[in-house]
Design a protein around this ligand. Structure first.
Ligand SMILES: Cc1ncc(COP(=O)(O)O)c(C=O)c1O
Length: 476
C-alpha cells in the first residue's frame, strides 16, 4: 500500500492549525508525520475533535445501513468494556458467555432445528461473517469431492450480481470462481431458475440475499431452496445455501414471521447478519451461524491454547473488541422480541410512507417501496430529461442529506437510482424534513436544460464503491 495524501495541493504541506488558546507559542502539528514532541491531552483532543466536525451529521446519512444512534446505557457499557479483547475468552469469560448467549438467541430466532447444536460466532461485521460462511461451503465441497476421488481445483459460487462487495472479495481472496446472475429487465436480484441454471458439480453453494444492498428487496430464498431440491432430485447435485441476511436477519424474524428464509429450510446451511445494522449496535459486530455442527467442518476450527486454556476459534482476526458483543447482548436483553418488533415496525412504517410520498411528487418512480428491509430505491422517470438522480443527490447534500445515487450492474447499467436506508433514529419527523427539502429543490432542478451531473460526478458519493469486477459498479 502506498501512503496517499488525499487532498494534494498546498493543504498537503501546511501543518494543522491549533487554536491559540491552547498555547502561548504557535504549536506546530504536522499533518502527515508524527510530531517530534508531546502536547497536552486537551490540545490533542481539541485538534482531533475539530477535524472530525467535518465528517457530517451521521443521522442525516441515509446511505449507510450501519447504526448511527444507540442508547446511552449501551454506550456506557461499551465504554466500560473498552479494554476487553474478544479473543481472550479465558481472561474475560463473561464476555465470552454473553457471545454464546447471543449465538443461542439468534439460533432460536432463525429456527435452527436444535438451537443447542447450532454453532456460530461473532465477527467484525457481515463481511467477515460472509468470508467464514463461504469458507465453510468451500471446505465441505472439497471434503466431499476428495472422498469421491474427484478434482477440487475449480470451485464456484453462484449468486446475483447484486451481492454486496464482500462476496466479490471472498471469491477473489479465496480463489473461488464467482458466478454472477446478471440483472435483466425489471429483475434486480437472484431467482430460483437463474440460480439453478449456473450450478454444476463444482458449485460450493448459492448465496441468497435477504435484503439486497441495491434496492432492499428480499431474494426468494424458499423458492431458490425448492429449485435446488429439485436439482438434487434430478441430477444428484446437492448444493447448500448461505443466506446473507446482513440486514434482513434482524428484520424478517420480527416483521415477517411467516416468511421461510432461515434454518426452517433444510437447504440453508449458514446465515450471517450485521449486529451493527438492524441489530442496532454501533459498528462493528456481525454474526455467522451454521445450522449444525456438520455444516461447519471441524478442519476450519483452530484450537488456541497459549492464553491459558483450549479455545476453539473460527475467525479471520485474532484480537477484536468485545464491547460491541456486550452491546448486542444489552440490546437483546433490553428490547426483547417485542421491543425489536416495535423498532423495526417503525423503520418500515417510515420507509414505506416516505417511499409513497416520494412517488407522489411526480418525477420519481419507485423500484422498491421499503416493504422488505426498510430500504428503497427510486429513479427519475424516463421521460424527464432535465435532471438526473445525481443532480437530486447533490441538491439534497446542500442541506446535509446524504442520499446516494448510483447505476445498477450488468445488464442494467443504464439504470441510475437513488437509495434511502431508514434506520432506527430516522423518524417520521425527519422524513418530513427530507421531503420538504426535496420539494424545495425540484422546481430549481426542473429549470435546468439538461442534467448537470452524471455517475462520474455524483457530488462526492462513491459510497463503498470498490470493485474489480467490470460486471458491477460495486455498492456499499
Ligand atoms: C447484503 C449485505 N451483505 C454484506 C454487507 C457487508 O456488511 P458489513 O458492513 O457488516 O461488513 C452489507 C453491507 O451493507 C450488505 O448490505
Amino acid at each position: 500500500m502506498t501512503v496517499r495524501h488525499p487532498r494534494g495541493g498546498h493543504g498537503e504541506s501546511r501543518d494543522l492549525a491549533v487554536n491559540p488558546v491552547f498555547s502561548r507559542e504557535p504549536l506546530r502539528v504536522p499533518r502527515y508525520a508524527m510530531p517530534d514532541g508531546e502536547m497536552e491531552p486537551a490540545t490533542a483532543y481539541q485538534v482531533v475533535h475539530d477535524e472530525l466536525m467535518l465528517d457530517g451529521n451521521a443521522r442525516q446519512n441515509l446511505a449507510t445501513f450501519v447504526s448511527t444512534w444507540a442508547e446511552p446505557e449501551a454506550l456506557r457499557l461499551m465504554d466500560e468494556c473498552a479494554e476487553k479483547n474478544m479473543i481472550d475468552k479465558d481472561e474475560y469469560p463473561q464476555t465470552a458467555e454473553l457471545e454464546t448467549r447471543c449465538v443461542h438467541m439468534l439460533a432460536r430466532l432463525w429456527h435452527a432445528p436444535d438451537p443447542r447444536d447450532a454453532v456460530g460466532c461473532s465477527t467484525t461485521g457481515s463481511s467477515e461473517a460472509a468470508m467464514l460462511g463461504g469458507l465453510a461451503l468451500k471446505r465441505r465441497w472439497q471434503h466431499r469431492r476428495r472422498a469421491e476421488g474427484k478434482p477440487t481445483d475449480r470451485p464456484n459460487l453462484v449468486m446475483g450480481v447484486n451481492v454486496q462487495i464482500c462476496w466479490e472479495k471472498f471469491a477473489d481472496y479465496f480463489e473461488v470462481e464467482p458466478r454472477y446472475v446478471p440483472m435483466e429487465g425489471d429483475r434486480y436480484h437472484l431467482t430460483p431458475e437463474t440460480a439453478v441454471e449456473l450450478c454444476d458439480e463444482n458449485t460450493i453453494g448459492v448465496v441468497a440475499v435477504l435484503g439486497s444492498t441495491f434496492d432492499g428487496s428480499y431474494e426468494p430464498v424458499a423458492g431458490i431452496a425448492a429449485a435446488l431440491d429439485d436439482l438434487h432430485r434430478r441430477t444428484g447435485l446437492d448444493i447448500p445455501i448461505h443466506v446473507d441476511a446482513a440486514s434482513g436477519g434482524m428484520i424478517a424474524p420480527f416483521l415477517d414471521p411467516d416468511l421461510k428464509w432461515d434454518f426452517r429450510l433444510p437447504r440453508v446451511a449458514s446465515v450471517n447478519t450485521s449486529g451493527h445494522k438492524y441489530g442496532l449496535v454501533m459498528p462493528g459486530v456481525g454474526w455467522a451461524l451454521w445450522r449444525d455442527r456438520d455444516a461447519l467442518p471441524d478442519s476450519l476450527v483452530f484450537h488456541v491454547n497459549y492464553l491459558g486454556g483450549d479455545m476453539p476459534t473460527f475467525a479471520l482476526n485474532f484480537s477484536r473488541p468485545g464491547a460491541q458483543v456486550v452491546a448486542q447482548y444489552y440490546n437483546f436483553l433490553r428490547l426483547g422480541f417485542d421491543g425489536y418488533r416495535r423498532v423495526q415496525r417503525t423503520c418500515r412504517d417510515v420507509a414505506t410512507r416516505l417511499a409513497a410520498e416520494i412517488a407522489r411528487l411526480g418525477p420519481f418512480e419507485l423500484l422498491t417501496d421499503g416493504g422488505d428491509i426498510p430500504v428503497f430505491a427510486f429513479r427519475v422517470r424516463e421521460d424527464i430529461d432535465r435532471f438526473s438522480v445525481f443532480d437530486v443527490s447533490a441538491a439534497l447534500r446542500e442541506r446535509g442529506w446524504l442520499v446516494p445515487a448510483y447505476t445498477f450492474p450488468k445488464n442494467r447499467t443504464d439504470l441510475a437510482v437513488l437509495r434511502i436506508v431508514v434506520r432506527n433514529g430516522f423518524s417520521h419527523d425527519l422524513a418530513d424534513l427530507l421531503l420538504d427539502d426535496l420539494r424545495r429543490v425540484l422546481p430549481r432542478l426542473d429549470k435546468q436544460h439538461e442534467p448537470h451531473r452524471d455517475a462520474d460526478d455524483a457530488g462526492g458519493f462513491a459510497h463503498g464503491a470498490e470493485t474489480k469486477n467490470p460486471l458491477r459498479p460495486g455498492r456499499d
